[in-house]
Structures are given as C-alpha cells and as structure tokens.
Design a protein around this ligand. Sequence first.
Ligand SMILES: Cc1cc2nc3c(=O)[nH]c(=O)nc-3n(C[C@H](O)[C@H](O)[C@H](O)COP(=O)(O)OP(=O)(O)OC[C@H]3O[C@@H](n4cnc5c(N)ncnc54)[C@H](O)[C@@H]3O)c2cc1C
Length: 368
Amino acid sequence: MFQVAAREFAENEIRPHVETMDREGVFNHELLGKFFEQGFMGLAVPEAYGGSGGTFFMATLAIEEFSRVDASAGVVVDVQNTLANNALERWGSEAQKQKYLPRLVRDTVGAYALSEAGSGSDAFSLAARGRQDGDHFVLNGRKLWITNAKEAGLFIVFANVSPELGHKGITAFIVERDTPGFSVGKKEDKLGIRASSTCELILEDCRLPRANVLGEVGKGYKLAMETLNEGRIGIGAQMLGVARGALEHAIAYAKERKQFGKPIAEFQAIQFQLARLATDVEAARLMVYNAARLKDARLPFLKEAAMVKYFCSQVAERVASECLEVYGGYGFTKDYPAEKYLRDSKIGKIYEGTSFMQLQTIAKSILG
Ligand SMILES: Cc1cc2nc3c(=O)[nH]c(=O)nc-3n(C[C@H](O)[C@H](O)[C@H](O)COP(=O)(O)OP(=O)(O)OC[C@H]3O[C@@H](n4cnc5c(N)ncnc54)[C@H](O)[C@@H]3O)c2cc1C
C-alpha cells in the first residue's frame, strides 16, 4: 500500500515538474513542501519525534518510486532519510533528537557533509579542522559536493579536531544554516540529477557549542562509515528506480513505434533486449529489498549494501543506455525521457563511494 501511495504521489506531484526542474537545475520549492506534508521526509523517524514511525525498507520504497519518475526527487528523500535522520537517530543524544528530528520531519531539509576537494574516496583525509575553545569548537575549512545544500537548514559536518590522531580525530557536528561563520558556496552545474543541489560549504571560524557534537568527539569516522553503509542501500534504490523508469518508457515506445510495417516490439531482437533488461531490474530489486530488510532486522548488511550499490548502479546505466537505443534517433534528443535517465544513472557509480570503493568493501568481506 505504501509503495502504491509513493508511486501515485510521484506520478501526480513530481512528474509535472520533472522537465522544468531538469532544464533549470532547480528543485521546485512547493514540491519540497509536499514531501514534508506527506511524511516522506521522516519515514523511519519514530512517531515520538513527529515521524511516520515506519521502516528503513519504506524509505527505500519511496526512493525507488520517486527515482522512477525523477532521480533528483529520489536523492532529496534519500539524503534526508538515510543520512541526516538516520545519523541523528542513531548517534544523537536525547536532547539533540528532541531538538532536531521534529524539524527534519516537519520543514527542514538535512544535508551530510563529509567530502572535500582533496578528500573523496580517501574520505578520512579531511582538511577541515575543529579547534576546541573552552566549551566550544571553532570550525574552519571547506566541504565540496554537498547534496541538498541549497535547500538545507541543517548540516551534519565532519571535521578533524585532533589531526595528530589521524581518522580518530574526526568529529561530526550539527550545524544550523544561520550559524555565523557558516555559508553555502557555489552550486555545481551537473550532467545528471540536475535539480538536486550540490554545493560547496564554507566554514570560517564557525563557532559551535559542544552540545552540537553529534556522537562522541573522535568518533565521526565511525558515524560516517555506519551511516554511509546504510545510505548505499538508498542509492541502490535510487538506481533501481532509474532503471525501472527507463525500461517502462522503452517498453511503451517499442509497442508504439512502427518500422517495416509493425511495432518494433514484435522484432525478436527488441523483445530479447527488453527481456534481458527486465531481468537485470528484477535482480537489482531483490538485492535492494533484501539489504533493506537485513538492516531493519538488525542483521549484518555491510557486504550486501556495497553489492547493492555496485550492482544497481551498473544496471541503471546499462538499462538506461540500451533503452535509449530502443528509441533510435529520438532517444538522443531531449524530446523523449530516455536521455535524462542515462544522465541521471551516471551518478550511481560515483557518490557515497565509487564502484571501486564498493568492490574494495566486498573484497574485504569475502577475503577477510
Ligand atoms: C552529485 C554529487 C553529489 C554528492 N553528494 C555528496 C554529499 O552529499 N556529501 C558528501 O560528503 N559527498 C558528496 N559527494 C561526493 C562523493 O561522495 C565523491 O565525489 C566520491 O566519494 C568520489 O570522490 P572524488 O570525487 O574525490 O573522487 P576520487 O576519490 O578522486 O576518485 C577518482 C577515481 O579514482 C578512483 N580511486 C580512488 N581511490 C582508489 C583506490 N584506492 N583504488 C582504486 N581506485 C581508486 C575512484 O574510484 C575514481 O574512479 C557527491 C558527489 C557528487 C558528484
């Protein structure tokens, strides 16, 4: 029932804005408001904090259904649920949860700021610093590639407070947008997920009370690793949605387009191509659902999450690319949706750990 509701919302509310949002590279503000109104921004947050009290699995269903229509809409909901809410719920003190979770559920977009210009795959080589000053920390540095940053009111920002300890100095901070010394910088002009904002963050003597440390001082690396493991299932769901969306459009087109006097769907080559892609999508779906259920059942899912992200991003790119070919020349134009699915699919292999990083995790899991 929830999946059907998410699909209907995506069709009725997201679909009409997709083309404009992609062209202009801006997320529709009213649509964002509807995400909050309908409870999509706090799916797994307990009811005690104003959330929907659902499961992580429900969040992945919403990400999948939204991404089937628009991968940017999918990632907005993904970052909110699987990274921002998740990190606060898992690592926040009771006071932090009471203060921030109701806001994240009601009207405040969250963002998750780990990456920097010089720190991507090598995620713990951060240059951002936090200096202790009495019962405050003073943050300095820059963050790059931060999803949702343009719209966000709350940021989880990682900085190293004891560089001499290496990654054991990394600490997570809760930063409100209007904190003096904090600002959102340049927005990237991207190939895909164009409506999802990706911006730089600037920290210049950004002074935060100790109460804004999320989790323990020096435990930020653990927080980041754990949250991103869960986040990867969300990205898998996003890529699954992209693949499904591309395939459904291609199937409809193949039944309509006539060559040699009959619909191209009647040629065995096209039938077999679509059948292969549908099989890939089914395998991707089962992997996403399995990993999400493992997480909800509190069973280990590190290897499965890495496999999900690795596999689903491959499937999304392959399905989107071959579906574009089903359209022939029309697929190469912006008059049809195929090219956008291909552009949107590309990010799956990059963020929240590139495909090589996922393979590294899988290899460690199987080789010990
Ligand atoms: C649209 C977008 C949104 C993003 N959103 C966020 C966000 O919200 N928050 C956030 O913190 N970050 C975000 N990121 C950052 C993203 O997580 C990083 O871009 C990603 O982790 C890769 O880092 P990098 O870009 O520095 O590439 P690099 O780490 O420089 O990698 C370059 C290439 O080298 C390869 N490589 C690197 N190390 C190894 C190795 N040891 N072995 C084999 N190959 C290797 C990589 O696989 C890749 O192919 C976002 C990025 C994009 C593009």
